[in-house]
Design a protein around this ligand. Structure first.
Ligand code: FES
Length: 301
């Protein structure tokens, strides 16, 4: 008897993650989004500035909330102006939400981008349905407007489910270095002789199974950061070292060697940093317990 593969939503999403048929479109869109001259606005859209985690999930609350509220009001007799206002606010708020989503999406890996493209298309269709609903209502076609609103809400649900899959199953936007302070045992750890670390070059080592990157400065200071980038776990020890910072080789996030602060995104979280000392010619390190707010004040000083 022929074996049947698993069915359901999750296997379908797994197949979508592996489907490479649309990768040429993804590559073109990714290139276009990355080429936009957004300046510091790009980091703001990522959520690096002032928030410390992706801003996209926050911004989508407005369209989802207003559209759901309008649909609930549609079930009640009477009131019509309120629905129009709610739908209009949701359509307007969808624009910054989409902008933040696209800049995040452009810095993901292929499997995430495949799901993300369908997520974006569902949401774009939802914006279209609610815009059409608003137009129909303004023209007095309330039944049509309600129907289009229901269709828009269903599309919003599909987009939201795909967004949840990206965030929680594929870890898009999650801090990929958050685990480090939890698995490194407290206290000083030997790392090797000072002479093992060439000046100005990153060297990879392990502490309690956690990969770290070590950079010795000409003046003698030894900087140690977790090696897996907080953005998507890229290997920082393979990145460029310039001006007291390391640039991630995968998507270009820049971290200050002295304290791990994310000077430039897409990483929204700083990199775990270690204190170091030299005892009898040997380098020892321990995980640094420092609040993110301390790093932010150093960033703006
Ligand atoms: S993994 Fe994306 S910037 Fe480092």
């Amino acid at each position: 008897m022929p074996q049947r593969g698993p069915r359901g939503v999750l296997p379908a999403l797994d197949r979508l993650e592996r489907w490479s048929g649309g990768d040429h479109i993804i590559e073109s869109v990714r290139h276009a989004v990355r080429s936009l001259p957004l300046g510091r606005g790009r980091d703001a859209l990522h959520g690096r500035i002032g928030l410390g985690h992706p801003v996209h999930p926050l911004l989508v609350q407005v369209p989802v909330g207003t559209w759901l509220s309008a649909t609930v009001l549609d079930l009640l007799p009477g009131e019509r102006r309120g629905q129009r206002v709610l739908i209009g606010v949701g359509v307007a708020a969808a624009l910054p939400a989409a902008a933040s989503g696209w800049v995040d999406w452009a810095e993901l890996h292929h499997q995430q981008q495949r799901v993300g493209l369908v997520h974006a298309l569902s949401n774009a269709a939802a914006v279209g349905a609610f815009t059409a609903s608003l137009v129909a209502r303004c023209r007095g076609s309330h039944t049509l407007g309600k129907g289009l609103g229901l269709a828009g809400l269903a599309l919003t649900g599909v987009g939201g489910a795909l967004g949840g899959h990206m965030a929680y199953r594929q870890a898009s936007g999650a801090n990929h270095a958050e685990y480090v302070p939890h698995v490194v045992t407290p206290g000083w750890h030997p790392l090797g002789n000072v002479s093992d670390f060439p000046v100005g070059r990153a060297v990879r080592r392990q502490i309690d199974d956690v990969p770290v990157m070590v950079v010795r400065e000409a003046e003698g200071a030894v900087h140690v950061l977790a090696d897996h980038c907080s953005h998507m776990a890229g290997p920082l020890s393979e990145g460029d070292i310039t001006d007291g910072c390391v640039r991630c080789p995968w998507h270009g996030s820049v971290f200050r060697l002295a304290d791990g602060w994310n000077v430039k995104g897409p990483a929204t979280a700083p990199q775990p940093a270690f204190d170091s000392r030299i005892t009898d010619g040997r380098v020892e390190v321990r995980i640094r317990q420092r609040a993110q707010t301390d790093l932010e004040s150093a960033d703006t000083a």
